[in-house]
Write a protein that binds this ligand. Structure first.
Ligand code: ACO
Length: 333
């Protein structure tokens, strides 16, 4: 069995910074409410030339450069998102075209906030078994165009932002360490507590348009905020401990926990519960909001740029989100 190593990480976020005060010009909200409840101060919204795939491609180009490989070495693409360019096909194939790669396989992952860790787990299995040597894994989201930017949608819309992150995963050299384990979970009975319901196979676009119901909000994301919060803090903690126990490690062994940037309050709750020091937990939701599948690779990229991830560090990734799904990964950098 081979080992999977992260050999390059990078991110791309649109230039357009949208502050809480900017949002309060069109939505009945304010900086104090958003900061207190979520920790978010600003987020990025995509410009007219950005798409989920193009942001992913830009992050990928930087990750490939940082990995020091030629793009022709990429054997496979995995793309995690809940906001694809098209309903179908998924954005993985668009990245294959935009990067000008040979005709490699492209897999799309639909696990929302857990999508990046699910994608990492899939990539790890392909590399471990020897099927592929070099895999490009992307998490990218363009939420801004699909949010209810009126006061009606304020409980959800103020939380999300746009952006992308990417990693190049490689087969490690003999004796090198990398991904130690990954852990994936789901509980579909809560599917509708955090979901975007339409269009779907029972309510296609023509039906929605025919009904012309101004109160139909089924094509906007819905979140039962309190319910999500309560489940998130439990599942995050469980899945972090699962990763540690599998590897006979303890909380104090973690050099950096990179949680999915759902809400600063969730991260702080986990940090307190697990009695972790500030320097053991990475948060950047203040600057980007919740970027769903992109949040972990954006955070990983910034942490690496800031020198908070060094060779040999024990890194824990953990995510929870719509599905519900939750997941973790423990890796040696
Ligand atoms: N600005 C001002 N007031 C608002 C806003 C807003 N943006 N949104 C809601 N309110 C109001 C509500 O209308 C309500 O007013 P009322 O009391 O007069 O009815 C009041 O604030 C409280 O609303 P709640 O929804 O109960 O607010 P809550 O304190 O639960 O905070 C939040 C909402 C931040 C979403 C919280 O439930 C939460 O943190 N949930 C966790 C979910 C989360 O973070 N999800 C992230 C995405 S999912 C993921 O990545 C896992």
């Amino acid at each position: 069995m081979y080992t999977t190593k992260i050999s390059g990480v990078a991110h791309y976020v649109p230039d357009n910074i949208v502050t809480n005060n900017d949002l309060s010009k069109t939505i009945d909200t304010n900086d104090e409410w958003i900061t207190e409840r979520t920790g978010i101060k600003e987020r990025r919204f995509a410009g007219p030339n950005d798409s989920t795939s193009s942001m992913g491609t830009r992050a990928a180009e930087r990750a490939i450069e940082r990995a020091g490989i030629d793009k022709s070495e990429i054997d496979f693409i995995i793309f995690a998102t809940l906001s694809p360019d098209y309903y179908f096909p998924g954005p993985g194939v668009l990245v294959q075209e935009q990067l000008g790669l040979k005709e490699v396989g492209a897999l799309d992952v639909r696990n929302q906030c857990s999508g990046f860790v699910y994608g990492l787990s899939v990539a790890d299995q392909f590399i471990k078994t020897g099927m592929y040597k070099t895999i490009l894994l992307i998490g990218s989201e363009l939420h801004s165009g699909g949010l209810d930017m009126t006061t009606r949608g304020r409980g959800v819309s103020v939380i999300f932002g746009d952006g992308a992150g990417a990693v190049v995963l490689k087969r490690a050299e003999d004796g090198e360490e990398g991904v130690l384990s990954t852990h994936l979970h789901s509980e579909g009975k809560h599917a509708e507590e955090l979901a975007l319901i339409a269009p779907n196979t029972k309510r296609w676009v023509p039906t929605i348009m025919q009904n012309k119901d101004p109160d139909d909000i089924s094509y906007f994301p819905y979140m039962n905020g309190n319910f999500v919060f309560k489940h998130a803090v439990v599942r995050f903690s469980e899945v972090i401990m699962e990763a540690l126990q599998t590897n006979n490690a303890t909380i104090s062994d973690i050099d950096l926990l990179i949680p999915h940037q759902a809400n600063l309050r969730i991260s702080q709750f986990i940090q307190n519960k697990l009695q972790m020091r500030d320097d053991q937990v990475y948060n950047n939701i203040m600057r980007y909001g919740n970027t769903t599948a992109a949040s972990i690779p954006i955070a990983m990229s910034e942490a690496w740029e800031e020198g908070r991830i060094k060779s040999g560090d024990l890194i824990c990734l953990a995510a929870f989100g719509s599905g519900f799904t939750w997941a973790s990964a423990l890796l040696k950098w």
